[in-house]
Design a protein around this ligand. Structure first.
Ligand SMILES: Cc1cc2nc3c(=O)[nH]c(=O)nc-3n(C[C@H](O)[C@H](O)[C@H](O)COP(=O)(O)OP(=O)(O)OC[C@H]3O[C@@H](n4cnc5c(N)ncnc54)[C@H](O)[C@@H]3O)c2cc1C
Length: 404
């Protein structure tokens, strides 16, 4: 039986390897780029955060909650690590649960998969951009500009629109729609957010641990705690990625409240600042030893304490105000960056049209889909690749079975 797989990214390679374990399965893996796993190579800032030890305890989003449960139960982080170990990859887990290759190079992940694909029953066609996929009496006909592939089962593993420079495209959505499926609205997620605050540029490159709360008008929409990174035009880092999904939801008056010392009370901080009044510190150093120097100065100015006079001359209520600013600095948000900069696409092909037990289409027998093209997106920290491995393995296993 011939199984065609469109896309040799994370989920497509997982699907090909799972299908190839089934007796009598012949796999044709089609990839439009010159090599496999191009996006995978850029993941985790070149380190590839390939899973998260907590990825089977929630952390996924989509219109149909729990669609992802079966795939993650069958092939969760533990099974993934065991599988990769079998492929020759050594890994290391951080305290947060994020898992990386021991080499700290995303290349290692791509390489072990690439070598594993070298099996007699897998044919890899790179530079093969699928333009059309049609049903035929015997299964499917898949066409690129210059070649046609016939297969009995077809897996669409084309990924999402996010990370356009790394190969993200509309292709998978279009192919599945042409076969009768439907798509939700697509939004960028795990992405930086631009601010309406001009002072942000002065903090470019500064990192800080904080608690971030996002408000639309007066309503608290989302919150997260973790590392924040300032960029030239806005806010980035895991804490922002986590809440960016919710800012993408629509227009309105959005703001972010940042607590730069979530574990210290306002009273405790004010006590320390009042103590500093009796020192010879200049006001620009009021937050020295507490926050990043540049951030400390910006917050001190934002609290209305300017100049470079002695801290001793700052009135007590101004120091309380500074403590307030550190614990609740408000920045207006303009918009999240676009799909080019996003790590994942929120939304996708309707999962109600697929069987979560097998990843097979409920509308077109013999058609399967996996990975980001479906309406499933995960939190920052290895959740999205885990979904790609879990759903890819499940789709490959069932597509490869002679009798489903
Ligand atoms: C910069 C960046 C960093 C990231 N870091 C992490 C991280 O550290 N951890 C994590 O969990 N997630 C991370 N992600 C998200 C993760 O990479 C994706 O969710 C995951 O790769 C999705 O797997 P996929 O197989 O669905 O799609 P992809 O990996 O994108 O693979 C799809 C493949 O299909 C091919 N293709 C598309 N259309 C066609 C066609 N018509 N014909 C033939 N081939 C086609 C594409 O070229 C591509 O190779 C990151 C994403 C980005 C952009």
């Amino acid at each position: 039986m011939v199984i065609g797989i469109i896309g040799a990214g994370a989920s497509g390679m997982a699907a090909a390897l799972a299908a190839s374990e089934q007796p009598e399965a012949q796999i044709i893996l089609m990839e439009r780029q010159a090599r496999v796993g191009r996006k995978l190579q850029a993941t985790g800032n070149g380190r590839c955060n390939l899973t998260n030890l907590h990825a089977n305890c929630g952390g996924y989003h989509g219109q149909k909650p729990h669609f992802w449960d079966t795939a993650l139960e069958r092939f969760g982080p533990e099974e993934t690590l065991c599988w990769f170990r079998g492929l020759g990859l050594f890994t290391v887990a951080e305290e947060s649960g994020r898992v990386y290759p021991y080499s700290d190079q995303a290349n290692s992940v791509v390489d072990v998969l690439r070598f594993a694909l070298d099996r007699p029953n897998i044919e890899l066609k790179t530079g093969f951009e699928v333009e059309k996929a049609k049903r035929t009496p015997a299964g499917f006909r898949v066409e690129s500009t210059c070649e046609t592939v016939e297969c009995q089962r077809l897996i669409v593993a084309c990924g999402g629109l996010a990370g356009t420079k790394l190969g993200g495209s509309m292709s998978g959505y279009k192919l599945l729609r042409s076969l009768g499926h439907h798509c939700t609205k697509l939004r960028p997620a795990l992405v930086q957010i631009k601010t309406g605050w001009s002072g942000v540029a002065a903090l470019k490159g500064v990192r800080a641990n904080c608690r971030a709360e996002i408000f639309r008008g007066h309503n608290l929409i989302s919150q997260s705690t973790g590392e924040l990174q300032f960029t030239e035009y806005g806010l980035s880092g895991p804490v922002i990625f986590e809440i960016s999904r919710d800012v993408c939801l629509g227009d309105g008056d959005w703001k972010c409240r940042l607590d730069f010392l979530p574990e210290v009370s306002r009273e405790e901080l004010a006590g320390e600042l009042l103590r500093r009044k009796s020192t010879r510190l200049p006001v620009s150093e009021l937050l020295t030893g507490i926050l990043h120097n540049r951030l400390g100065r910006v917050l001190t100015q934002a609290a209305g304490i300017g100049g470079n006079g002695p801290a001793a001359e700052v009135p007590e209520d101004s120091l309380w105000n500074l403590a307030e600013t550190v614990k609740g600095f408000e920045v207006s948000l303009s918009e999240p960056l676009g799909m080019d900069s996003a790590q994942v696409t929120a939304g996708g092909i309707l999962t109600s049209e697929f069987d979560p037990e097998t990843m097979e289409s409920r509308l077109v027998p013999g058609l399967f889909a996996c990975g980001e093209v479906l309406d499933v997106d995960g939190d920052c920290g290895g959740y999205n690749l885990q979904w790609a491995w879990s759903s890819g393995r499940l789709a490959g296993e069932y597509a490869g079975r002679k009798n489903k």
